[in-house]
Write a protein that binds this ligand. Structure first.
Ligand code: ADP
Ligand code: MG
Length: 404
């Protein structure tokens, strides 16, 4: 169903509360990768260009005790945002109260304010009360009272029901005020939603990563929807075990062999497994390694798919119109076992006729690190959230946005 978006709102002179995802890595007050701040810019700029008053909020890290707050202030983010926008950002070092309300009352049209880490509310008077992450309705109500409109642009937390996304949205509904998706959220819903619910066919899913157990929900859902499912990465070898192929010392989840068996039965020739692998003497980049087809001998562990598998996968992928990829094909963190992931990524980049989508925390990191992300259609900004989307679940943060 189409969601209300920021471009549907009348923003001029309005107090526009925006939930963004500024959960960036910060060490000793210095921001590492500022991708998430950059990703929020289009919606923020749009609100400012349309003379709204942008009141931003976000969580940062996890606050479980008073002491955690020190290293988790959003102040450095306000400074970085100010540089990126090339205009002042009012930073309010609290999450509620007079100081915040006064600062908002003084805002000019087209100005921007960021208040402190919403998860500061998880610890009150030294007690871990989870007002934010437990979605205390009073807190959502309070934040909603600060604004005329609410925009949720934090896809990364859409799978969680917190006060700063769901709580605010519910209180806005109660008060008859609009709740819209930001551009980033809109894009995620558009690409992931289309792929899962209304894909151009053939629709091929590539599933890899470490464990079958993490991905059962995704496999189950996509088994119904995709035309082919390519399996790679560490979970391959649990499927090997289910088929009676020897796996040597490769990663295996013994208690999931039966699940793998039933997936194989249900999927039939929809499921494509790698036929060869890079096997190594130990879990190390410098270990002796070689390519083997089929059975893997004891004393060897598979850490990547082999070159023949890459070709076979390419053959399945070449006619695809929609590709969803979650989970690296091997231990891409080690250069000697990154080839499978790299080559699959490169090939996807050549499919000019297909919509190619990557979801998942490590998968996103992998395509970026290996330099293949630019040519793909959509790299999801939410790890856990994109997985839950691929599982076909309703994400509470999205459900709470108004339909058009
Ligand atoms: P995502 O976060 O994208 O959902 P996962 O967390 O499921 O992905 O999987 C990523 C991890 O899987 C990586 O750290 C990678 O090293 C590991 N992995 C991939 N292939 C293998 C393998 N053959 N053996 C062990 N680990 C693997
Ligand atoms: Mg992961």
């Amino acid at each position: 169903m189409a969601k209300l978006t920021v471009s549907d709102l009348d923003l001029e002179r309005k107090k526009v509360l925006m939930r963004v995802d500024f959960n960036v890595p910060i060490k000793d007050g210095v921001i590492g990768d500022d991708n998430r701040i950059q990703a929020a810019l289009p919606t923020i700029k749009y609100v400012l260009d349309h003379k709204g008053k942008a009141i931003l909020c976000s969580h940062l890290g996890r606050v479980k005790k008073e002491d955690d707050k020190k290293g988790l202030s959003l102040r450095p983010v306000a400074e970085r945002l100010s540089n990126l926008l090339n205009k002042p950002v009012i930073f309010v070092p609290v999450t509620e109260g007079q100081q915040l309300e006064d600062a908002i009352a003084k805002m000019d049209d087209g100005s921007v304010l960021l208040f402190e880490n919403t998860r500061y509310e998880d610890v009150v008077n030294g007690e871990y009360v989870k007002r934010e992450s437990g979605n205390d309705p009073k807190l959502g109500e309070y934040w909603a009272s600060l604004a005329d409109e609410f925009i949720n642009d934090a896809f990364g937390t859409a799978h969680r029901s917190h006060a700063s996304n769901v709580g605010i949205a519910e209180a806005m509904h109660q008060a008859g005020k609009p709740v819209a998706a930001g551009f980033l959220m809109e894009k995620e819903i558009q690409f992931l939603g289309e792929a899962v619910n209304n894909p151009k066919r053939p629709f091929v899913a590539i599933l890899g990563g470490a464990k079958v157990s993490d991905k059962i929900g995704v496999i189950d859902n996509l088994l119904e929807k995709a035309d082919k499912i390519i399996i790679g990465g560490g979970m391959t070898y649990t499927f090997y075990a289910a088929k009676g192929i020897k796996i040597g010392d490769s990663l295996v989840e013994k208690d999931k062999v039966d699940v793998a068996k039933s997936i194989l039965e249900k999927g039939g020739d929809k499921i494509v497994l790698p036929s060869d692998n890079i096997v190594a003497k130990s879990y190390s980049n410098d270990a002796e390694h070689k390519v083997v087809e089929g059975d893997i001998d004891d004393g060897w562990m598979a850490l990547d798919i082999g070159p023949k598998s890459v070709q076979e996968f390419e053959d399945v992928l070449k006619d695809a119109k929609t590709v969803v990829w979650n989970g690296p094909m091997g231990v891409f963190e080690m250069p000697n076992y990154a080839q499978g992931t790299l080559n699959v990524g490169k090939f996807l980049g050549t499919l000019s006729d297909a919509t190619t989508i990557v979801g998942g925390g490590d998968s996103t990191a992998a395509v970026k690190q290996l330099g293949v992300s630019e040519k793909l259609t959509h790299i999801s900004t939410g790890g856990g959230a994109s997985l839950q989307y691929l599982e076909g679940k309703t994400l509470p943060g999205i459900a709470a946005i108004d339909n058009k």
